[in-house]
Design a protein around this ligand. Sequence first.
Ligand SMILES: Cc1ncc(COP(=O)(O)O)c(C=O)c1O
Ligand SMILES: [Zn+2]
Length: 413
Amino acid sequence: MDHVKGLKCMICGAEYAPDEILYVCPKHGDEGIVDVMYDYDKIRRRLTREKLAQDRTPSIWRYFDLLPLHDRENLPPLQVGWTPLYKADRLAGQLGLRHLWVKDDGRNPTASLKDRASAVGVAKALELGRDVITAASTGNAASSVAGLAASVGIKTYIFVPKTAPEAKIAQLLIFGANVIAINGTYDEAFDLCLKASAEYGWYSRNTAYNPYLSEGKKTAALEICEQLHWQAPDRIFVSVGDGCIIGGLWKGLRDLYALGFIEKMPKLMGVQAEGSAVLYNAWRKGTEEIEPIVPNTLADSISVGIPRDRIKALRAVRDTGGEFITVSDEEILDAMRVLARGAAVFGEPAGVTSLAGLRKMVREGRIDPEERIVVLITGNGLKDVASAIKATGRPHIIDPTMEDLRRLVAAIG
Ligand SMILES: Cc1ncc(COP(=O)(O)O)c(C=O)c1O
Ligand SMILES: [Zn+2]
């Protein structure tokens, strides 16, 4: 791992050797999230755009030289990443845009972007010789780490709010996780999980605590730029809860910029639900301090009252000249329908919140039709069928006769 220079605290700037600390900067309790620093000169000698063009690896491991791992021996076998980036012309037309792409990260093995982080987290656990992983999650990170851990035979203890959608809990159970459903919120599950990790010595895959997760998530940005032949888009829209995904995208873009693979940084557009807009509020106030809330949104994956990756998320938006945007639950449900019908991608509520944010900005006349825009869809709609039904209503029910059918077809038109 000679391409990793060390770990740098996002709060105080202290630097540590890669194996000096396991998780956070010890000076700030559980809060001192660190960033992995790379030696780009070394990486530039190993990884080039030309080399990537020859590489047929259809997964995040095509970027192995940009990941904080020792060797390829411990990589989980599931196919994570290299998800499709669709040119969504019909949807673009409806929005009055000319260059719109939809990246469908619901196509990952456990059907969310979180697999990118879990793959790196599980590889790290194997490197460290750990055989138990723990995580707290609104649902997707949990089902993801359970799946990735099952692929290499590692045991998991997973903390989720008991209100997580049933499909996500079913995923956990079927992958054989020890599922601990909390009578409480995600934020409470998170704190309990950290305590459990300290008490039992389980390897923690907790957002903004384990520094390697954003490194996994950054591969979505690497892919977007490679799939656009290194012509970085003008904006990338992404939904935001804890802020780890948007922080990861920022890291991937900084990597590519430092390597000279892209010539400009896209603006990162963080979309939050109105009922869970802690980072939006902090951004509006121009501060990195947050005011915790009790969140209330049907987009369960971004229902977060204490965003753990606040620093990376706020800097991602500020540094790239992006913005935070909020959308209502109604706009999120609308976006589910619009995306499925306009681009045939079925996203869960938090998965399509990105599109809801773009639609709002278009309505407000704040997007130039010539801009090149990517909307990242972070989770598959089958994970939360109840919300899809809310977005669409029920099917027509008739008796199996032509008479009933004719009456119905006449009525539907
Ligand atoms: C589908 C989906 N979208 C978006 C997010 C938000 O990611 P983050 O919490 O890193 O901001 C999550 C996190 O759980 C998610 O599962
Ligand atoms: Zn520090």
